[in-house]
Design a protein around this ligand. Sequence first.
Ligand code: BES
Ligand code: ZN
Length: 616
Amino acid sequence: MFRIFITFTLLINLGLSLIFNISAMKSSLLTNDLDCHTLSNYHEVQVTHAHLDLAVDFSNRTLSGSVTLSFSRISEANQLILDTKYLEVKEVLDQFGNNLKFKFLEKDELLGVPLSIQLNDSTQSVKIFYATTDKSEALDWLSAEQTAGKEFPFMYTQGQSIFTRTWIPIQDTPGIRVTYDADITVPDGMLPVMSASNPQEYNSSNTYHFEMKQSISPYLIALAVGNLAFKAIDDRTGVYAEPSMLSSCADELIDMGKMVDAAEELYGGYDWGRFDVIVLPPSFPFGGMENPRLTFATPTIIAGDRSLVSLIAHELAHSWSGNLVTNANWNDFWLNEGFTVYFERRIMEALYGKDYTDMLALLGFQDLQADLSSLAPEMQKLKLMLKGKHPDDAMSDIAYEKGYFFLRMLEENLGRENMDSFLKNYFNDHKFQTITTEKFLVYLEKNLLDGKREELLIDDWIFGAGLPSNCPKVISNRFLQAENAVSLFLKKGPKKIADLTSTWSTHEWLHFIKHLPENISTKQLEKLDDEFQLSSNGNAEILCVWFLQSIKADYQPAFEPMKQFLIKIGRRKFLQPIYEELAKNPEHKIWAKGVYKKARSNYHYVSFNTIDGILN
Ligand code: BES
Ligand code: ZN
């Protein structure tokens, strides 16, 4: 009897602990999956479609009108909670035009103010009347003087990572996908374009209709408005830009169509219809942004020699990694960017060869090493824990380059053919879905690793800081030559390297300038400058590394061109290292603050927020 009792309690305990473990597992899965950068209740009621009806008002610098959201109910919840930040909400109606009660919940400094809308059993959609404010972080409003044409103002949005909530009340998490359509009204002489089907010509009504019929995450909803013109490259690719820049932009991006072909060849059909690029004014804070069907790009890639088009390959690659298969939350950001850098370099290799692409990979490796020596161990992991932090803090070369080298390591160990069919299936099996690192790992183990998870140090790569010992080594012959040129220049002067440099691309120049010795004198910089006119170089990448060397050596002739550069260009990747370098020396810092006074109003929030942090 006693034995039976013991067995009985043992069984119960076993059962209880099993149940307990399963529920613990479930909740840990859930907390892993859930996005800590949204205050919405997307796990209860999920937005599925957005209809925007907005007027673009340049004199008040606002977007105003309405958004109508359809949703599906996952639980019994009787409220829809949306993310908002710096929005004015006027009224909320249901599909019959009846008023719905709404209230703002508690504000979070970083994430904004959740908007709760009461739902009735019959509520199928909510129409929110709202306007943006002068604080809306997504929006950049440019005066006519800040454009190339100087005649019309300009505006654009930047949604990634958590800025869409500052121009649309929505569940602003990559964990959901929505389709959208929009009616956008603009002033005379201006054309709106979106991450959707786009007009190629002006109409007389000033209202334009847009459709995005494939589901995307809200950070990819995007709008730009300006005096724009369109030029086709081929029948599915083309360029939007201000008229005065259009032909140089189209010429620079002439290979876009070939890039799409190469990408399809690698990892399967392009699913989005058209692939167009808009070249924005110089305040755009990023190099590029992969808004579906319409990549947004900085004008600093228009170098005149097509040497910076890997950026287009990158944004194109996001049409698969990021836009089709999307990181479920910003802790998994490397799934977007690491895969995209790998894919980008495969496109570049297909078009321009391995030698060329190895230069890009080696430059990437150098950037990675710089980040590894400056970032805290917590931030050196592919899988991040960003709760309480702005997701843009994850935008380091860890996600991009460590992610790239991880995939390249898989390729080198498991074979390119296996890698390619794995990736093709990965995109196909997860298309129009979101994915976490943990789910990716399960898929990877099942479909590629062949029992080698430990041997290949997979968990060190993903959950550990630093670089595992099996990180691939890149050798670039063309860079070895640039290194030789450094020694030759130091021994014999700039004339002696003129022959060598005459065949160089931007990338050899970058490598050369970065490898000048720490203690280089102003005299030597002057000689280089006299021979090669580096301070007035038209290539922003070259200018940026040249300015960094000039600050270190206090080479004064570069300071006036640097000032002009800082006032004109708003791309954070260039601004951040320059201001950081300037801030190291008290005199330079005073100078930098003076420049920043003039420059700040030319920057998007993303950039001035970073530079404020450096100079104050
Ligand atoms: N999606 C990113 C831009 C981004 C990342 C915006 C994180 C906001 C938060 C885009 O695809 C990108 O990576 N752009 C790079 C260019 C690329 C060639 C590495 C950039 O802007 O420098
Ligand atoms: Zn990217």
